[in-house]
Structures are given as structure tokens and as C-alpha cells.
Design a protein around this ligand. Structure first.
Ligand SMILES: [Fe+2]
Ligand SMILES: [Fe+2]
Ligand SMILES: [Fe+2]
Length: 422
């Protein structure tokens, strides 16, 4: 079993970047929430392990809303009036996503209750001290960040936000935590840290502590969670990441990859469309052809996949295998316009797997294609020097096995899944 010496907090920091991708208003919200949590935790004198859980949970606290760009936007908008139940929906979804993972189990509960009000009336039935401390701290930090205006000098915000939070003391928020906030937000650096999240003084040093090795199986589980989030963005691609992953692993196996490389290929396949989190659901769900402007928005997704995964050094070469799936051998692909000389076997395999799966599954604008059509389209792409003829041949030689992967994954989709609000 391969062990990756990945600091889970670093991994979470990387993943929070994925969750904050290019969505107006919510960008960096989770990181700023975590910075506020780190100030509160310092004043509270939390134990180091509790603080780690707090910061990790804060960094991905809105993970349950990740599949919906609209919901993410609303969560960061202070003018949004939430109905009593609606605000809790993403908190419960976040819990459900994480609760089966060893890596995130500790923080799943905190995420579940991060909108619970101190004075009760929550779906959880909890109130006061019964709400886990980490959830109470995140709730407060989240509202501080959401109500802090992101334009203009940040120090102009202090008094307004302080009195707003004070008004919620004992109702929305734990009164002791509100006092802690009022105390530590007296210093200017509390606010200025939010304007420079990558340099925030106390936060960054805390993030570097505590290396707990993650095994490849832990990493696979994390990749599965993110594949679920990506695939829930559209009911038409509800199993796309898993299918691409399955087909890519088959192709890699037939091309002599080692067991360890096959694990990495599985992870790369699950995460190849990670950058899709930057694309509005309305574009992914559009039932007709995309406009030129919409196509350009779609084109950004592999760039984001690359910059997110490239940060996890230990996962090399996953970033390349995952993110180069729209590059073509003739150098006309995107976003790096790499050519034959630069594209590794793993990247070529992913490109073939992605095209095959896309043709073999239903799309908003057409039904899945039959074998002859798939073979005709892919052969033409080989002729145009877009994709590898050798890999395509391997695929054709094992067509039914590859097709079975897609059909099996599709059959596993829960019919009740509501992708946009999921
Ligand atoms: Fe939230
Ligand atoms: Fe939030
Ligand atoms: Fe893609």
C-alpha cells in the first residue's frame, strides 16, 4: 500500500480552492472564515487537535452547496433572506458527503450544525452548549465574513459588523463567543488579515502543523467525494467522472501501467473535471448548443483542474493526466496548447477515455450514440491527429468491456437525485 505524506490540512486548503472557484461573491469565503476561526480559537485557547479540526472544517464548511453555483452565490450574499429550513440544507448535504470518510469524519458533525442557532429552533433539535463548539465557532465566523463588505477599505466595516453580531448574541450566536469576537476584533490586524488571506499571520503557521500521512485509499476516498460533487452539477453527467475514471484505468492497464500508476489514474479520472466547479450549472445543463461566450467559459475548466491538483506535489503526475484531457496531439487543444511531444501516455489515455465516455452517455442535447457512430467519430479524430490511434485501437478492441463501465455507472445513478439542489 502506497502512503502519501500529504498533510491533510494542506489537502483541504487545496480543495477549498476548488470549492471557491470563480463564483462571484463566494470566492475565498471559506478561507476567510477559517482565518476568523483561527483568531477566535487563539483567544479561546483551544487544544491543537481541536483547532486543526476547526480550521479544516471551516475551510470546507460549505461543501454541501458546491454542486450548485447559485446556492454558493446566495450563501455569500448578506442580503439574502433564507427561509428557516433552506439554510440548513447544504449543511446536511455537507455532512452526508463527508460522514463515510475516515479523513473527514471528525469534521462532518461540525459542518452539519454550522448554521444552528444558539437559542434553538434548529432541525437538529440542538440548542446552546449541545451544539458542538466547532460548529458554533464556524457559524459566527461565517456570518462575520459574509457581512464584511469586500469592496472599499475593510476597516470601515468594523463597527457595523461588530454591532450586527452583537445584536445576534444569545439568539443566533453563543454569547461567550460573541464576547471573544468583540475582544479580538478590536485589533486592526483581525480585519486586515481578511484582505490578505495568503499572508494572514496567525493562520498560515497553524496550517503547516501536524503531518498525518494519507494512504492512497484515503486519497481515493477524497477523490470520490469530489467526483460526487462534480457529477451532481448536472443530471446529464451524473456519473461522468466515475465512468471516465473506470475507462481510463482499463486503458492504462491494457497499456502496461503498474498497480500504483493505476491507482493514480483512478484518482486522475475522478478529478479530471474538477475545474467544472467554475462553470455555472445553467451552462452545463443547457439543452442546446452553447454560444461562443459559453464555450469560452467551459474552456476554463481544465486550467482550474490543473492549478488545483498541481499544488499536491505528492500526487504527481495526476495533475497532468487529469487536466490535459482537452489537449490534442496537433497542438490545437486547450488550455495549454500542448503538442505530441509534450503529451504523456497518461494524458493521451485520459483524452480518449473522456471522449469515449462523452459519446457513450446521454447529453442535454442528444442521446447516447451507438457503437458505429462512436467508432466513426473517434477514427476521424485519429485521422486529424487529435487523439492517439494506438490507444483508440485498444479501446475498439475492448469496446464492450469499456461500454459496460459506462452503462454500469449510469445504472447506479439514483433516480431521485436532484442535481442542482443536491
Ligand atoms: Fe454555510
Ligand atoms: Fe459559509
Ligand atoms: Fe472536460
Amino acid at each position: 500500500m502506497t502512503t502519501f505524506y500529504i498533510n491533510p490540512v494542506n489537502l483541504i486548503q487545496t480543495l477549498t480552492m476548488a470549492l471557491d472557484l470563480a463564483v462571484d461573491g463566494v470566492s475565498l469565503h471559506q478561507k476567510r472564515t477559517a482565518i476568523i476561526c483561527s483568531h477566535l480559537s487563539e483567544r479561546l485557547g483551544l487544544r491543537i487537535d481541536v483547532e486543526h479540526d476547526l480550521l479544516s472544517a471551516a475551510l470546507i464548511h460549505d461543501i454541501g452547496a458546491a454542486s450548485s453555483t447559485e446556492e454558493r452565490r446566495k450563501l455569500a450574499d448578506p442580503s439574502m433572506e433564507w427561509s428557516k429550513e433552506a439554510i440548513f440544507v447544504h449543511a446536511e448535504k455537507g455532512y452526508q458527503l463527508l460522514v463515510n470518510s475516515d479523513t473527514f469524519l471528525e469534521i462532518a458533525e461540525a459542518i452539519r450544525y454550522h448554521h444552528d442557532n444558539w437559542d434553538g429552533g434548529n432541525p437538529s433539535g440542538l440548542a446552546g452548549q449541545d451544539i458542538p463548539l466547532i460548529a458554533r465557532v464556524i457559524h459566527l465566523a461565517d456570518r462575520i465574513d459574509v457581512n464584511t463588505r469586500k469592496t472599499g477599505p475593510i476597516l470601515h466595516n468594523c463597527e457595523r459588523v461588530q454591532s450586527l453580531i452583537k445584536a445576534g448574541s444569545g439568539r443566533s450566536f453563543d454569547p461567550e463567543l460573541v464576547d471573544v469576537f468583540l475582544d479580538c476584533s478590536a485589533k486592526e490586524s483581525f480585519w486586515l488579515d481578511l484582505t490578505a488571506p495568503d499572508r494572514a499571520s496567525t493562520f498560515n503557521s497553524k496550517m503547516k502543523m501536524g503531518i498525518t500521512p494519507l494512504s492512497i485509499y484515503d486519497m481515493l476516498h477524497v477523490a470520490e467525494i469530489f467526483a460526487t460533487i462534480i457529477d451532481r452539477m448536472s443530471r446529464f453527467t451524473a456519473t461522468h467522472s466515475r465512468s471516465v475514471s473506470g475507462v481510463a484505468v482499463f486503458l492504462a492497464k491494457w497499456n502496461g501501467f503498474s498497480q500504483n500508476e493505476l491507482h493514480l489514474m483512478r484518482i486522475a479520472g475522478l478529478l479530471h473535471d474538477l475545474g467544472k466547479l467554475s462553470i455555472p450549472n445553467a451552462i452545463l445543463e443547457k439543452p442546446g448548443p452553447l454560444t461562443r461566450d459559453e464555450q469560452l467559459i467551459v474552456r476554463q475548466h481544465t486550467y482550474y483542474t490543473y492549478i488545483i491538483l498541481d499544488q499536491i506535489e505528492q500526487l504527481s503526475p495526476v495533475a497532468q493526466w487529469a487536466a490535459w484531457h482537452h489537449e490534442t496531439l496537433d497542438g490545437q487543444g486547450y488550455p495549454f496548447r500542448l503538442n505530441e511531444a509534450a503529451l504523456s501516455l497518461g494524458a493521451r489515455i485520459m483524452a480518449v477515455a473522456d471522449i469515449f465516455v462523452a459519446l457513450a452517455e446521454n447529453r442535454p442535447y442528444r442521446k447516447k450514440l451507438p457503437q458505429e457512430s462512436i467508432q466513426r467519430i473517434m477514427s476521424a479524430m485519429v485521422k486529424e491527429n487529435k487523439i492517439s490511434g494506438r490507444i483508440v485501437q485498444t479501446l475498439f478492441d475492448n469496446f464492450s468491456e469499456a461500454n459496460l463501465v459506462v452503462q454500469t455507472m449510469e445504472a447506479m445513478t439514483q433516480p431521485t437525485l436532484d442535481p442542482v439542489s443536491a
